[in-house]
Write a protein that binds this ligand. Structure first.
Ligand code: FES
Length: 131
């Protein structure tokens, strides 16, 4: 009798495995957040400067603020700093003008421009990030 109950318990646990796996997948999907385009707000940079966020850069080369992808077109590192008026990739040293155009490789292209619009409060810019 004891053995029969033990076998039954093991069988019941086996039946629960797919349910537990499905619940874990749903929890993981929720922790990743929604997919698709989202909007990122970055403080407006001063003229001749830039503001950096994880996936985007707001820069003002002097003729207005624009939004650029922070993903380096060389191998995808995050362009994360401004040196001597140029945006710099920390991985292999590619340099870009504040308008995103290429100044020095190894990258062969400039930074991708992103859709953006100034926020009504006048202190930040909203940038569309495609997933
Ligand atoms: S990834 Fe930016 S220069 Fe190589």
């Amino acid at each position: 009798m004891q053995r029969r109950r033990l076998l039954r318990l093991g069988f019941d646990l086996l039946l629960l495995l797919p349910v537990a796996a499905a619940a874990a997948m749903v929890a993981r999907q929720r922790s990743l957040g929604p997919s698709g385009p989202r909007t990122l707000r970055i403080p407006l940079p001063a003229r001749g400067s830039a503001s950096f966020a994880e996936q985007a850069i707001a820069s003002d080369p002097g003729d207005g603020v624009q939004a650029l992808s922070s993903r380096c077109p060389h191998l995808g590192c995050r362009v994360d700093r401004l040196e001597g008026g140029e945006l710099v990739c920390p991985c292999h040293g590619s340099r870009f003008a504040l308008d995103g155009s290429l100044r020095r490789g190894p990258a062969r292209d400039g930074l991708q421009r992103l859709a953006a619009q100034a926020d009504p409060d006048g202190t930040s810019i909203s940038i569309r990030i495609d997933a």
